[in-house]
Each structure stands twice: as C-alpha cells, then as structure tokens.
Write a protein that binds this ligand. Sequence first.
Ligand code: ZN
Ligand code: CU
Length: 497
Amino acid sequence: MPTEPGAGPATVAASQRRPALVISNATVFDGSGAPRFAGDVAIDGDRITALGAPGTLRGAASIDASGLALAPGFIDVHTHDDRMLIDGGAMSPKVSQGVTTVVAGNCGISLAGLSGRGRPPQPLDLLDAGGEWFRFPTFRDYFDAFEQQPAATNAAFLVGHSTLRAAAMDDLSRAASPAECRRMCAAIDEAMQAGAIGLSTGTFYPPAAAAPTSELIELSRRLTDCGGLYVTHMRNEAEAILPAIDETLEIGRACGIGVVISHHKVAGLANHGRSVETLARIADAMQRQPVALDCYPYEASSTVLSASRLSMSSRVLVAWSTPHPECAGRDLAQVAAGWGIPAEEAVQRLQPAGAIYFMMDEDDVQRILAFPETMIGSDGLPHDASPHPRLWGTFPRVLGHYSRDLGLFPLEVAVHKMTGLPAARFGLHGRGRVAPGAFADLVLFDPATVIDSATFDAPVQPAAGIHTVMVNGTPVWRGGHATGERPGRVLRREGRA
Ligand code: ZN
Ligand code: CU
C-alpha cells in the first residue's frame, strides 16, 4: 500500500524503513498504455512498494536504470510450456525475452488431465512425443508437481479439450457420448477448482475436429459459474474463418463467458487480406460480448507436419521428425528433392514430424497486431528440434521490429499488449502493471537496441537488449544470463467462485 503522510505510527515506521531494492532513473512504461514517465521504483519482497520522481527513492540496494525502459514483465498468453515449466523450469526462451508469466494448456492440449496411455495422438505429442510426461491425471497433481519444484516464471493454465477427449474417449473421430461428456465435465470441474483459468479447444486438429458445437457448449457451461474463459484454436483459419469466428462467439454467448481467439491469423494465399473482414467481425462482436484475441508477430505458422497445408504455403521447413531427426531445420522441398520423391511422399516418410509453414500475408500480420485489442502470444514450441523463431523472439520482435523500427504503434501500446491488456483479459490480478502494490514482475530493457535475434535459420538465440528480468521480486535474468532462480508461481483463477 502507498503510505500517506501522517497516516499513523505503523505507517510512518514502514515508510522510514528502506525498501530492499530501488530501480532509479528508469523510463517507466506502466503497462496501462499511458505515456512513459521518468521515475524510481521501490521493491520489497515480491511487491512494488512505491513509485517516485527520478532520484528520490533510496533502497538497501539499487539499480541505476538511466537510459533503460522499465515495464511490467511480459505475459505470454499463448504457450505450450506445460512440460518446460516442470522439466527443470529454467524457461530460458521466455525469461530471456522479458516474459514473467505464461499461459499454458493452449490449442486443446494440456499436459494435465491424461495419464498412462503411451504415445498421445497428434498434436498432443508436441508436448512429448514419447508420452511419458503425460502422467498427471488431475490438475491438482500437476500443480503439486509445479509447486514442489517451481519454474523461473509464473504460469496460468487452461484445461485442454483434446487432452480430456483422449482421456475419456476410445474413438476421437466422433462426437462425445453423454457419458463421455459427463466425464469431461467432471474433469473440467476438478481443474477449475484446482485453479485453472479456463478451457482451451483445438477443433482444427483431428482429436477434436469431430466435436460438434453442442459438445463445446455443454463442456463450456462448466465455466459459467466460476468465470472461466473459452480459449480456442478455431476449426478453420482459412476459407471458412468467418463461420469459425461465429461458432466461437456463439459458445461465448450460450455460456455467458469470455472467449479468446488464439493466434489470430488468416491462412493460405487465397485468403490474404481477409483480416479486414475478420477484425470487423470481431470488433462488432465486442460491442455485445467479451471477446479477446492474440497474435504472434511472424508470417509463418508452425504445428504438426501435414500434407494438407503444403498447397497453402509458399515454403515449408521441417521443425522435427522422429524417424529423420537429421531433417530438422531443412526445407521440405530440398528434403523431397534429395530423396527423389514428391513432397507429399516426403511428408509421409518424415512422420511423426512438425513443420513451419509460410502461409500468411505480412499486411494481415501487421493489421492484426495493430488492432487495439490484440494481445501478444508466442505459440512457441519448446520441444521442437528446430523451432519456429517465435519461441525465442516474439516479444523483442514486437518491441524492436514492429514498434520501434516500423512504427506500427508506440512503445506504450506495444508494452500494453503484452502486460496490462492480457492481465485484464485473463484475470491475472496484481500482474501487468508497474504500480504500488502490484507484484514485482518487471523487465528492464534498452528501447534503442531491443530486438529478436532468433531467425528461421538459427532459431535458438536469446534476444538483444533485455537487461534484467524479475519475477515476484527475484531476478531470473541479468546481464545476458539466467540467474538460476525459480520464483514462479501458479496463478490461480480468482474472482467469481
Ligand atoms: Zn494453435
Ligand atoms: Cu498453440
């Protein structure tokens, strides 16, 4: 709490004690989108305790941030970090970018909620091709594991619909029966009680493609009373994208819940330019119901390798392949030519595999990024042998490339899209703001030099210009290196219970 002059002896004593740390002379971007200001920020324990004019606050320790920007730690709203969080928890691809909180369990895929079934169906295998990490039958089990060995970042979790289907159904190519729906509803109740923040679906993918809208509504009704979110990788992001948006909106209205359209994009050459239509549809719906969306700042997507996407793409890179690991990072066209076979046949030979598809239009990417309500989410795939560069580069690329170099929006707006806006949309209380009382999730970066270093050719590269990253008041990244600390917490759903 901020201290008031003359507010009583206890408050006076508190104000006279020096805070543990003061970051002085910073250019503060407070996460609200308001204009930057010069100031000092005091930190005690896991909280920001005071803001002051430059050079006015004193702490037991201090960091001179002259010339640097201080912002709330970035919130990566779209991740597949479920396993990385508990597999050592270093989270290097994230903390090196200034990310302090991730939302995991996206695209219908959560690590928790399924166990002991061996190799999971694609695309669940993007978390673990072998299947041995699928060993958390409930969210409480997973949260216990996280809290026994915390990660470097905070994390909030979605229940994956495809994961629940894989656990509850013997045949994923049909709608769930009433009994299977009841099992999935019970699993959603368990997850929400444990502290998950919503349900994710990936009806684009085979394990959930046969789920009708009625199944999605029946399951999402479990979110109504507890204020959970419906977060979706929609059925279609190409020709049929408008009906897919309409289905998402219908689910939100039917259940009285907020919806999040994940990694909004318009895929395929034939659909380039159609973000004009999709954003108009989304903006219109926002007048009547809570709708949110996120986006990654690249014109290539990445997921499992599938022949159906070849004709939509100008170029395809292999991200990983179980039988042919040597092909990771190579152009599919070159792999096929080397084998003397058509690309479709090479796809078969590489399976199971992942790929990167150049299938979006740069104008659409920029239009979606610049849409005021668009949040930033990396969709990074941390277990790919040659991952899409979004895993290591998303946030510095928005700050350095799109905001500073292209001038797509001011730096205040860029920071808001990755801090205050997602904290509000995902209900992450006390996060996403530089303000007294907020958690000390902070990033110090150089606005003149911050930039992504990861490329499609060399995707595993820490970004430039990120100085110090702090999670709950503890530094996790400093001077180009991880500190090894693991102060991350599970951010549980709050509010309506
Ligand atoms: Zn997805
Ligand atoms: Cu995803």
